[in-house]
Design a protein around this ligand. Structure first.
Ligand SMILES: Cc1cc2nc3c(=O)[nH]c(=O)nc-3n(C[C@H](O)[C@H](O)[C@H](O)COP(=O)(O)OP(=O)(O)OC[C@H]3O[C@@H](n4cnc5c(N)ncnc54)[C@H](O)[C@@H]3O)c2cc1C
Length: 401
């Protein structure tokens, strides 16, 4: 295969989250020019932790970034399941080498740092404070118009602008909207100094605690600090004002009212937390189509998955790599590339999105009787099928060469 890609146009990437920078880096590897346009300033409002599954870390490895991610995060060697009183329900090995790269948990800003440094090193242009307003297309060009009155012209536009994608709203206005799954995600980071009771083994695990009042999870992040997250069942989504209220006093009070009495270190994680995040959890089960003219959606813009699947970031990374590979190997016919991309990616991502929706249901508030049934199910299914059940998700690999 010639190193020179047949597609030689300029790609506008909307969104500098996970899919956008990864796509820009893979396009660079393929010899294709791309510019990333991000609505916010660098890392503005970015918080929380991420569990990156092996299929996602394998993609980062292809960019030479897996070691950096491992260095800034914590390996996840096991998933451990407890009930609220701290009774062990199941323990699943994550198979550190089995899938190529290991699972890693890290803070989202750390992943941003790593990808931003890589883009800088590759000379990729990134424009911050460029919020997409609308898109126009002619037979030969696509133009992104930004809120600040400026615009940018390219040959293709890739919408990597997340679950509430303006790209999607603009070019596919009749698409299904994100659906609220009935839970509010609240999370934060607790410094290592507050957690002397946690062993290295505990930090190299993702712990999932199921209790009648709600679900709580945690795992190691950078330098021994621990990231945690919780699902609060709520019929109505929080308003914009409620989401913006990140007062630590209020968050701690609300969470302690729910999780008081859960096994340690849960209360300590809440008492000593910083960097809180609060989000309405939504997903997009299925869009009829992912592209229109010279515009294609990738990542959460095309197929947002509830965080319960622990796969959103990995799928965004897979999308980026696969799209760049298709463009590199194409005859230059972008319409064919877009159709192929959607055809090949849709079955996998929609299956994972459906699994995320199912897992969100498992983490709701339940009666004491339902709690006992759920504990039994976790014990039976996780111990019997836990690792094998996720094999098809983790072992997926895209060959770049
Ligand atoms: C609470 C929570 C926890 C999660 N935990 C995990 C986890 O542990 N593991 C996992 O794999 N996944 C997790 N996810 C899912 C994961 O975060 C997403 O699937 C992933 O971030 C998708 O990447 P993306 O690049 O498609 O979108 P995003 O990361 O959302 O990036 C979109 C970018 O586009 C920008 N943007 C938006 N609108 C515009 C505009 N108009 N113009 C320009 N730029 C714009 C945004 O500012 C943002 O930077 C979690 C999600 C949530 C909400």
């Amino acid at each position: 295969m010639s190193n020179k890609p047949k597609f030689q146009g300029k790609v506008l990437i909307i969104g500098g989250g996970i899919a956008g920078p990864a796509l820009a880096l893979f396009l660079k590897k393929a010899g294709i020019t791309a510019v990333v346009y991000e609505a916010y300033t660098y890392k503005d409002g970015v918080g929380g932790g991420l569990g990156l599954a092996p299929n996602g870390v394998n993609v980062l490895h292809e960019l030479g970034l897996a070691e950096k991610v491992i260095a800034r995060g914590s390996l996840t060697l096991e998933n451990v399941f407890y009930n609220a009183q701290g009774r062990l329900l199941a323990r699943i090995k994550r198979g550190a080498q089995k899938y190529g790269q290991p699972a890693v948990s890290l803070l989202r800003p750390a992943l941003y740092d790593i990808m931003t440094e890589a883009m800088k090193a590759e000379g990729i242009q990134v424009e911050y404070q460029k919020r997409l307003k609308t898109i126009t297309q002619t037979a030969s060009k696509v133009t992104a118009h930004f809120e600040d009155g400026t615009c940018a012209e390219g040959d293709l536009l890739i919408g990597a602008d997340g679950i509430h994608s303006k790209t999607r709203q603009t070019v596919l206005p009749n698409s299904p909207k994100p659906a609220y799954v009935g839970i509010i995600g609240v999370g934060g980071v607790t410094p290592a100094a507050a957690l002397p009771m946690m062993t290295e083994r505990e930090k190299q695990s993702l712990t999932f605690t199921f209790g009648a009042q709600g679900f709580f999870g945690y795992g190691g992040a950078e330098n021994g600090d621990v990231m945690w997250w919780s699902n609060l069942a709520r019929d109505q989504e929080l308003t914009r004002e409620e989401l913006a209220d990140l007062s630590l006093t209020t968050i701690k009070r609300e969470l302690l009212a729910i999780y008081q009495g859960y096994h340690e270190p849960i209360e300590t994680l809440i008492q000593h937390t910083h960097s809180p995040i609060k989000q309405n959890i939504s997903d997009i089960q299925s869009l009829p189509i992912w592209h229109q003219g010279r515009v294609l959606l990738i990542g959460d813009a095309a197929h947002a998955v509830s965080p319960n699947a622990g796969q959103g970031a990995a799928m965004a990374l897979e999308d980026a790599m696969y799209l760049a590979k298709l463009l590199r190997d194409s005859t230059g016919d972008y319409a064919q590339v877009f159709a192929q991309f959607e055809k090949d990616r849709k079955p996998r991502v929609e299956k994972i999105v459906a699994e995320g929706r199912r897992l969100a249901g498992d983490k709701q508030v339940v009666t004491p009787f339902q709690e006992k049934i759920r504990e039994l199910m976790v014990m039976i299914f996780m111990n019997l099928f836990g690792e094998r059940g996720y094999e098809w998700v983790y072992k997926y690999k895209i060959a770049w060469e």
